[in-house]
Design a protein around this ligand. Structure first.
Ligand code: MLT
Length: 260
């Protein structure tokens, strides 16, 4: 169902970090940030997950985040990774929360980046379905029009002219069928708000103050509800903090991992 890519590992490492990508990207979004983590927190193996239909994972017409997390847990167990750190950005964060709900005693720590605990509102669900139908009718243009203006901050776009072409390459590497099916999955996801006060592992929450998809205030509020959490907001950071400034994201995450 999902596909795992080992990004970094050494035979001596006991700990693993699993990173789950945002919608509608692939695990490629992590490559630069993961390089920084591998350099600065080398005692963690790094596994990059691709959700159904993305990267090397086969397209599924219907799937849920919870089912994908059951599959992730199974695949990690087969590889003897029994107490991973689970990290995700945006959709990856929704998935990390779904993983924690299923396996609360088997998560060493959580890294929640540019994400939220709330489910889609009725209006949000309707918008997802319109988006899915538009992707089916018009293809990638429907995705670029809706997502590109919001995925990265204006300051990141100004600094890095390769950012938008890179996002387009990542988006178009997945089929429009996979993108539409993922939109329907996101609309069906559970609300995780009730989970927050019960998260007992250390949690790092990272966001950008100019995130155009999930307001940083919403993440700050989320952090205030998670008992052992640390909250960091990047100045002028947008939605894809780990792509805009992979070195900074990787350094912050490495510092968190190194004291676990
Ligand atoms: C993401 O970046 O994963 C998406 O924007 C999440 C969403 O649409 O809810």
């Amino acid at each position: 169902m999902i596909s795992l890519r080992s990004f970094y590992s050494t035979p001596l490492n006991k700990h693993s970090l699993v990173l789950i990508h945002a919608f509608p990207l692939t695990s490629n979004m992590w490559d630069e940030a993961a390089e920084t983590v591998a350099k600065n927190a080398p005692s963690f193996n790094i596994i990059l997950a691709d959700m159904p239909g993305f990267g090397n994972a086969p397209v599924l017409k219907e799937w849920t985040l919870a089912a994908a997390m059951v599959d992730l847990h199974h695949q990690l167990h087969v590889q003897d990774m029994l107490e991973p750190v689970i990290g995700g950005l945006s959709m990856g964060g929704y998935a990390a929360l779904a993983y924690y709900r299923l396996y609360p005693n088997e998560v060493k720590a959580l890294i929640l980046s540019n994400t939220k605990a709330a489910a889609d509102s009725a209006e949000g669900k309707k918008g997802r379905e319109e988006f899915a139908k538009d992707v089916e009718a018009r293809g990638y243009d429907a995705v670029y029009e809706r997502m590109l203006p919001k995925l990265v901050s204006d300051s990141a776009k100004k600094k890095n002219s390769d950012l938008l072409p890179k996002l387009k390459r990542w988006i178009s590497s997945s089929s429009t069928e996979a993108i539409a099916s993922c939109l329907r999955t996101l609309a069906l996801r559970d609300d995780s708000t009730d989970l927050l006060p019960n998260i007992s592992c250390p949690s790092l929450l990272v966001t950008g103050e100019d995130d155009g998809i999930i307001a940083s205030e919403e993440m700050e509020e989320m952090a205030s509800q998670i008992p052992r959490s640390k909250f960091i907001s990047f100045i002028k950071g947008g939605h894809l903090t780990a792509v805009e400034d992979p070195e900074k994201w990787g350094s912050v995450v490495s510092s968190f991992l190194n004291v676990l």
